[in-house]
Design a protein around this ligand. Structure first.
Ligand code: MV4
Length: 504
C-alpha cells in the first residue's frame, strides 16, 4: 500500500498529482529548486525539500538528490509526472534498488519504447501497423537511397532517440538526401548524445491521434479511447480534443484494440499512450508510445470519468484493475487549450515575469489546471506552460463555444500569454467544422495574425482607461477637500481658461 508519494516534478502537474493523493489520503512530498521556493506545489504538499539550484540538471533531473529526499522523508513511492525523469529507465532502476515504488512502467518497457527503432521493430513483430520505413538505423547513404528507391519521395529522417521533432528532416528530392541526413544526425547527436537515425515514408496530411492505455501488473490492459492532437506548433501540441472528429466508431474500436495489443506486447504496466498517425484515407500507423502520464490526460479523464493519477497509484500499489473495457464509454466532448507564458506577437518568445493579476475562468464544464497566482514570478528556467484549460460539454459544438467563453473570462496581466491566439484558433473554419490535420496552423497563418488584434487591444485599453477614470474619481470623492493656500480655491481654478471649480 502506498502511503506517501514524492512528486519529482514542479508546476501544474505536481499540483495535479498531489490533488489525487490528497483525495486518497496519501501524504505528499514536494521537491523544489531555488527558483521554485514560492511555487504552488511547494505550498500544496505536506512536506517540501530543497534540492538545489534552478537549472533542472542540478535539481529536477538529479536522480541522487531525489532518491535521497525520498529516503529522508520516508516516502514509499515516487511519481515522476511528465518530462524531467519520467521516461528515464535508469531512474526506474535506481528507485527499485532503493526500495522505492516508481509510479509508472517497468524500466524494460520504457527502454523498448525509448528507442524508436526498437519500438518499431517490437510493434512489427506484434502485428501492429507502423509507417513504412527502414527496420534498422541508417549507417550510410546507400541504405537510405535503397529505401527511397522503393518508396519514393517524400521521406522523413528521424532520430532513433528522438520524439518531439528534434533530429527530424523531411526530404523531397534526391539532391537533398546527403545534406539532410547529415543535419538530422548532427542535431540528434547534439540533443540526445546518439546520432542513430532511420527513415520513414512521409505522410503528407496526417492526423496525430493517440490512445490512452491503462494496464495492471496482472496482464489486464484497457484503452480509454483517443485524443485528437493535430493542433500543433513546432511539435508542441496546443489544443487537444476527444472524441476525435475524424475517427469513425468502427475505426475507434479497431485502433483501441490495436493500442491494447501494442501495450500487451511490452507487458506494459501503468498509464501510457499509443500515438498513431492517421492519413487522409484513414490508414493508421503506430508512431511511438509515451510511457508516462501526458499533459493532455484531463480531456480523457473528463469524457470517460476516470481519474488517471488514482489509477496509476492503485496499479503501482499492486491492485488489479476493477474497470471493465465494456463499461468505459465516452460521454460528451472535451477540449483542452494549453496556456503558455509566450508572446504570440513576438514569434512565441517566452514571456517570464511577475503575474500582476489573474482571473481563472470558472462555471459549468470548466477545469483549469494551473499553478501560478498573483504575485508569483514565472521562472525562466522551465517550460513556459502555465496552465491547461479543459472544458466539457454535451457535444463538440457546445464545447467549442464554452472554450471561447472560458478564454474570454481568462485574464492574466503582467506577462504575455497565448490566450488571444487560442481564441483565434477557435474561429478557424476548419477547426469549427472538425475538418483539420496537423497543418491547420500553417494553413491559417493569416487568420491567426493580429489583424483584428489591434482592435482587441484598443477595446481593452478603452475599458481599462474608463475603469481607471472611474476609480480615481471615486478616490477623489473620498478625499477631504484640500485647501489651496494661495487663493482659497481649488487648484483647478488656476488654469488658463475659466472653468467651474470642483468642490467636494
Ligand atoms: C511524421 C509525419 C509524417 N510522416 N512521420 C513525429 C513527431 C511529431 N512531433 C511530428 N511527427 C511527424 N511524424 C511520418 N512518417 C509528420 C509528423 C508531424 C510533423 C512533421 C513535420 C512538421 C510538422 C509536423 C506536425 C505534426 C506531425
Amino acid at each position: 500500500m502506498i502511503k506517501k508519494v514524492l512528486v519529482a516534478n514542479r508546476g501544474e502537474i505536481a499540483v495535479r498529482i498531489m490533488r489525487s493523493c490528497r483525495e486518497m489520503g496519501i501524504r505528499t512530498v514536494a521537491v523544489f529548486s531555488d527558483a521554485d521556493r514560492t511555487s504552488l506545489h511547494v505550498r500544496y504538499a505536506d512536506e517540501a525539500y530543497h534540492i538545489g539550484p534552478s537549472p533542472s540538471s542540478d535539481s529536477y533531473l538529479s536522480i541522487e538528490k531525489i532518491i535521497r529526499v525520498a529516503k529522508q522523508s520516508g516516502a514509499d513511492s515516487i511519481h515522476p509526472g511528465y518530462g524531467f525523469l519520467s521516461e528515464n529507465p535508469e531512474f526506474v532502476k535506481r528507485c527499485g534498488r532503493a526500495g522505492i515504488i516508481f509510479i509508472g512502467p517497468t524500466a524494460h518497457a520504457m527502454s523498448i519504447m525509448g528507442d524508436k527503432i526498437t519500438a518499431r521493430d517490437t510493434m512489427i513483430n506484434a502485428g501492429i501497423p507502423v509507417v513504412p520505413g527502414t527496420k534498422e538505423a541508417i549507417h550510410n547513404e546507400k541504405t537510405a537511397l535503397k529505401f527511397i528507391q522503393e518508396t519514393g519521395f517524400p521521406v522523413i529522417i528521424k532520430a532513433a532517440a528522438g520524439g518531439g521533432g528534434k533530429g527530424m528532416r523531411i526530404v523531397t528530392e534526391r539532391s537533398n538526401v546527403t545534406a539532410k541526413l547529415r543535419a538530422a544526425r548532427s542535431e540528434a547527436l547534439n540533443a540526445f548524445g546518439d546520432d542513430s537515425v532511420y527513415i520513414e515514408k512521409y505522410l503528407e496530411f496526417p492526423h496525430h491521434i493517440e490512445f490512452q492505455i491503462l494496464a495492471d501488473k496482472y496482464g489486464n490492459v484497457l484503452h480509454l479511447y483517443e485524443r485528437e492532437c493535430s493542433v500543433q506548433r513546432r511539435h508542441q501540441k496546443i489544443i487537444e480534443e476527444t472524441p476525435s472528429p475524424f475517427i469513425t466508431p468502427e475505426l475507434r474500436e479497431r485502433m483501441g484494440q490495436i493500442a491494447v495489443n501494442a501495450a500487451r506486447s511490452v507487458r506494459y504496466e501503468g498509464a501510457g499512450t499509443i500515438e498513431f498517425l492517421v492519413d487522409k484515407d484513414r490508414n493508421y500507423y503506430f508512431l511511438e508510445m509515451n510511457t508516462r502520464l501526458q499533459v493532455e490526460h484531463p480531456i480523457t479523464e473528463r469524457v470517460v470519468g476516470i481519474d488517471l493519477v488514482k489509477e496509476q497509484i492503485k496499479i503501482a500499489s499492486g491492485e488489479k484493475l476493477t474497470i471493465k473495457q465494456k463499461n468505459i464509454r465516452q460521454t460528451g466532448h472535451a477540449v483542452e487549450c494549453r496556456i503558455y507564458a509566450e508572446d504570440p506577437e513576438r514569434n512565441f518568445l517566452p514571456s517570464p515575469g511577475l503575474i500582476k493579476h489573474i482571473t481563472n475562468p470558472t462555471g459549468l464544464g470548466i477545469r483549469c489546471d494551473g499553478y501560478v497566482y498573483e504575485g508569483y514570478e514565472i521562472p525562466i528556467h522551465y517550460d513556459p506552460m502555465i496552465s491547461k484549460l479543459i472544458v466539457w460539454a454535451e457535444n463538440r459544438n457546445e464545447a467549442i463555444k464554452r472554450m471561447k467563453r472560458a478564454l474570454y473570462e481568462y485574464k492574466i496581466t503582467g506577462i504575455k500569454t497565448s490566450i488571444t491566439f487560442l481564441s483565434r484558433v477557435m474561429d478557424i473554419p476548419e477547426f469549427i467544422e472538425g475538418n483539420y490535420n496537423t497543418h491547420i496552423l500553417d494553413n491559417n497563418r493569416d487568420l491567426l495574425k493580429s489583424r483584428d488584434q489591434r482592435c482587441d487591444i484598443l477595446c481593452e485599453d478603452i475599458a481599462i482607461i474608463a475603469a481607471y477614470i472611474d476609480y480615481t474619481d471615486k478616490l477623489n470623492k473620498l478625499k477631504p477637500f484640500r485647501q489651496d493656500r494661495s487663493n482659497g480655491n481649488s487648484h483647478w481654478k488656476g488654469y488658463g481658461r475659466k472653468r467651474n471649480s470642483v468642490r467636494i
